[in-house]
Design a protein. Structure first.
Length: 280
């Protein structure tokens, strides 16, 4: 039996179907806890199909097809967005993949072992201490290896062993959420990738990152030909338009640093830049 119809390899019980699981996961969500959703006048608890479609950036018809169990080439990006919106655990995300596309999620970007080992309790406490500002840690190839609670609130994709650069260039929603995407984000990011590639020419993760982004984004290929080099974006002011802020633009100051004890890690804090009262 096809795993998309409920069967799981290894002799495990079939369990609930994909439509049953999705309906259950929708109904357990509290729409009042999700910024930007209109909840007045609702007759039932949980998220509607329309809510989920809006939050994942697809049409209601497209999401409805998935919830009816229709087989299609659902992308990993869409399934990960859906996992974030529905607040799925790792086990539930695994079940979603198996039932939707017939196989478990792949680890598209695995943090390097050396960098992951450097992510210790002390560094995690530092990230947590940055609240309410989002803070996270990546390895040289921008694979997420640590983050605090506000980071996941602002950027839900960070919870799934994500890669900062792949999300920025290969996920369509990034162009809406990173305001002035090409000039303020894409160009500096590609300059940083070129800088790290020059300083770590044998790093296979960086090489693969470059290949993936240039293969998946025509705009990135055009910008890459400018041969711009950027060491870091520490102190730069950028704007975000995230679902967490209900579509309101938020200015952030990017604080970038590396621990003295390790050249494998990159620590980023997004400090919200609030206008002073006398600026009004």
């Amino acid at each position: 039996m096809d795993s998309r119809n409920g069967h799981v390899e290894g002799g495990k019980p079939d369990g609930e179907s994909l439509p049953e699981l999705l309906r259950s996961w929708r109904r357990r969500m509290n729409p009042r806890a999700i910024p930007g959703l209109t909840v007045s006048g609702r007759r039932s608890e949980g998220l509607t199909q329309r809510d989920v479609a809006r939050l994942t950036g697809v049409s209601e018809r497209w999401y409805g097809s998935l919830e009816r169990g229709k087989e299609a080439a659902y992308s990993a990006d869409f399934l990960d967005r859906l996992s974030s919106v529905l607040g799925l655990s790792r086990t539930e995300r695994h079940a979603l993949y198996v039932r939707a596309v017939g196989h478990p999620p792949a680890l598209a970007a695995v943090p390097e072992a050396g960098a992951a080992a450097e992510m210790d309790e002390v560094l995690q406490k530092f990230l947590d201490s940055q609240a309410p500002n989002p803070a996270f840690v990546t390895d040289l190839a921008w694979n997420m290896i640590g983050y605090n609670g506000p980071c996941v609130d602002w950027l839900p994709w960070a919870a799934y062993q994500a890669n900062q650069m792949r999300w920025s260039f290969l996920v369509p929603e990034a162009r809406e959420q990173l305001v002035n995407w090409e000039q303020d984000w894409a160009r500096p990011y590609l300059g940083q990738i070129r800088y790290e590639r020059a300083h770590h020419p044998k790093n296979e993760a960086l090489r693969q990152l470059e290949r993936d982004i240039l293969a998946g984004s025509p705009t990135a290929r055009k910008i890459w030909d400018r041969r711009e080099i950027v060491e870091h974006v520490d102190g730069d002011l950028r704007r975000l338009r995230l679902p967490y802020h209900r579509g309101r633009e938020v200015a952030v100051r990017i604080i970038a640093m590396r621990p003295i004890r390790s050249d494998l890690l990159r620590v980023i804090v997004l400090m919200e830049d609030c206008p002073r009262a006398d600026d009004d």
